[in-house]
Design a protein around this ligand. Structure first.
Ligand code: EPZ
Length: 427
């Protein structure tokens, strides 16, 4: 099982190209099931999750090809087009690898009137139910039954428009309902819709295919059903979570990075908090430069609380907590989205961090320096936080189970080693 060996203490210097956003590419690839024509996506990141989604879409009857794969470059173009056959079931051996497989549910039901998707299991960060997805589809006229671990959703007469109110924000729940509503008869309003940039990018893609979606990025999204959707070309937005991860890496190593293609407008709350912590951001012609405002001083502690967009993203909680383990003073980190997203804390303690958990909050007291140690990755963003810790720690850190990392970070060790890091993948 692959591991990473990280030698710490080297300030990162140089440039990192930001890849396309995993959490935009996944729903957009699933939405390609709705198209009667060819879809061409660019800036698709090389990630294990993208490969899993590609296998699932081929299973469902799409032909996929990479018209311009230039290995070694970051990201690639992907062509997806209907093959004429349609399979409307997503089997367990594919779904268990990636929860986001549930994103084929809305497209399959609205296009073919039926779908069988294996219930996604929970994961390290929580049980992650899909009840809101299913209740929303029922509001659009689908019949939902659970059979042997599979969700069977049928709508033999097609779906109809309706008002769907989410009691709280769900990102993929909003995505599933948006996609289902594009071919429903009549108008659907999603009230309390997710406003994440990845959801906005999905809506832009669906509208490019001929959907009629308005109010995206606001409280209420309106989708007028149409009879069919065609092909289009679309460039995936840059990954804001990858961007935030490398900002943390620059801060913790007291380095100086230019993040090419980064769009900090999608991270305004994070940027504000990190400026308070002592980070400096400078727009460049290619993206953004990031470093500490004063290289001779440690960062200052801050208090963060994860919230749906535009609040502080839960997917950056572990990475910014790690940054705070070597800041001056005491920070508090409150996780409000998932019930178990402090799995990285036990590993950070092994590296000498001072973190105390009190329910959904963690109190982080800065220490002079972390110390390298063997640690275990537990989930995607926790893995990234351990790489960040290893980059700053004294000595060597071995990170086990880094298959988690490969799910969501394109060529991470290459990007960091190009900036002076010493990271080696060992078996
Ligand atoms: C998306 O997951 C992202 N994944 C997650 O990123 C991200 O952490 C999360 O949104 C929150 O921003 C993708 O986009 C592929 P939710 P999602 O539905 O949609 C509860 C990463 O690291 N809930 O917004 O599954 C749920 O348990 C991943 O890239 C229900 O109770 O998250 C959670 O507590 C991790 N019932 C909260 O809502 C439902 O039907 C928010 O979940 C749906 C969700």
């Amino acid at each position: 099982m692959d591991r990473l060996r990280v030698i710490g203490g080297i300030p990162l210097q140089g440039e990192i190209t930001i890849s396309g956003a995993k959490n935009a590419a996944l729903p957009i690839m699933a939405a390609s099931l709705l198209s009667e024509g060819e879809v061409i996506l660019s800036r698709v990141p090389y990630l294990a999750d993208i490969t899993t989604m590609a296998h699932l879409l081929m299973h469902c009857g799409l032909d996929l090809s990479m018209p311009s794969a230039t290995p070694g470059s970051f990201g690639y173009s992907l062509s997806l087009k209907p093959s004429g056959k349609a399979i409307t079931d997503a089997p367990y051996d594919l779904v268990r690898k990636m929860r986001a497989s549930i994103l084929v549910l809305g497209p399959l039901v609205t296009k073919y009137g039926r779908a069988t998707v294996s219930m996604p299991g929970g994961c390290a960060i929580g049980t992650r139910p899909i009840d809101l997805h299913l209740k929303g589809l029922e509001r659009l006229g689908a019949t939902v039954t659970l059979e042997g671990g599979d969700v069977q959703v049928t709508a033999p007469k097609g779906l109809h428009g309706a008002d769907v109110t989410f009691p709280f924000i769900t990102v993929t729940g909003t995505a599933n309902l948006m996609m289902a509503a594009t071919l429903a008869k009549g108008t659907t309003r999603i009230i309390n819709a997710a406003k994440e940039p990845e959801v906005v990018d999905l809506a832009k893609f669906l509208n490019a295919m001929g959907a009629k979606i308005s109010g995206v990025g606001t409280e209420t999204m309106t989708i007028e059903g149409v009879s069919m959707l065609g092909g289009c070309t679309h460039a995936i937005i840059p990954d804001r979570i990858e961007t935030g991860t490398y900002i943390a890496a620059a801060g913790i190593t007291n380095g100086d990075l230019e993040l090419i293609g980064a769009d900090l407008d999608m991270l305004s709350v994070v940027k504000g908090e990190l400026i308070d912590a002592g980070m400096l951001f400078e727009a460049t012609s290619r993206g953004v430069r990031v470093c500490r405002a004063d290289k001779n001083k440690p960062l200052r502690s801050i208090n963060i609380k994860t919230e749906p967009y535009p609040g502080f993203p839960t997917d950056l909680q572990a990475q910014i907590m790690t940054l705070m383990t070597v800041a001056q003073g005491t920070s508090t980190v409150t996780e409000t989205i998932f019930e178990n997203r402090f799995m990285h804390v036990a590993e950070l303690l092994r590296m000498g961090a001072n973190v105390q958990i009190h329910g959904s909050s963690a109190v982080v007291t800065g220490v002079e320096r972390l110390k390298g140690a063997p640690v275990m990755a537990t989930d995607l963003r926790a893995s990234a936080s351990l790489v960040i810790a290893g980059l700053a720690a004294e000595g060597e850190t071995i990170i086990n189970r880094i298959y988690h990392l490969d799910r969501g970070y394109e060529m991470m060790e290459t990007k960091l080693n190009n900036c002076g890091a010493s990271i080696e993948r060992i078996v």
